[in-house]
Ligand binder design. Structure first.
Ligand code: ZN
Length: 179
């Protein structure tokens, strides 16, 4: 098990739509999934998409167990996730491990029904709401090459972009950052 470097804003892999996981080969991903959890905990995140650690696959991990309403929920692995239905709309402030120091209030669906495969390759269709729904939507966006900052107005996006350039000059914690 090891902590992987988190890919930051500006890296082309975060702008591509990822590939589907071959469900017959999930067993070969078990160590990588462990590394994803280690990385997420080390970075104090509650969700991580595979392309945030450089892997072009429809795979994400989420652990919201330290949030009040989810204490009894096990950490979850989502493979080949598809949104079936979205409902409602709510504004919540978000941050992102790939966009250091930036936070913004973003409007997203309040609840979702998604289809995904678990780590055993079992197909599931489940409804999620609250913070868990929020984290899932944020990670699905990553898998589709989107950032939460894409939802901001052009003026706010420009401010964020300038701030990221400033942060990168002062030592963005990654090499080869293209902004
Ligand atoms: Zn993120």
């Amino acid at each position: 098990m090891s902590v992987l470097p988190v890919v930051k804003y500006g890296d082309p892999i975060l702008r591509q739509k990822v590939k589907s996981v071959n469900l017959n080969k999930i067993e070969f991903l078990v160590d990588f999934i462990d590394d994803m959890f280690d990385t997420m905990y080390e970075e104090e995140g509650i969700g991580l998409a595979a392309n945030q650690v450089g892997k072009d696959l429809n795979l994400m991990v989420i652990d919201v167990t330290h949030l009040d309403e989810y204490e009894h929920l096990e950490p979850i692995v989502f493979i080949n996730t598809e949104i079936i239905e979205e409902e409602g709309s709510i504004e919540i402030e978000e941050g992102c491990l790939s966009i250091p120091e930036i936070r913004a209030s973003i409007s997203r669906a309040e609840s979702i029904i998604i289809k995904f495969y678990d780590i055993n390759g079992v197909s599931k269709t489940e409804k999620f709401s609250g913070m868990l729904c929020r984290v899932i939507l944020h990670e699905i966006d990553h898998l589709n090459g989107k950032f939460f900052t894409d939802y901001l107005s052009p003026a706010k996006r420009k401010l964020v972009h300038n701030k990221l350039i400033e942060i990168s000059k002062n030592g963005f914690p990654s090499t080869g950052v293209i902004i």
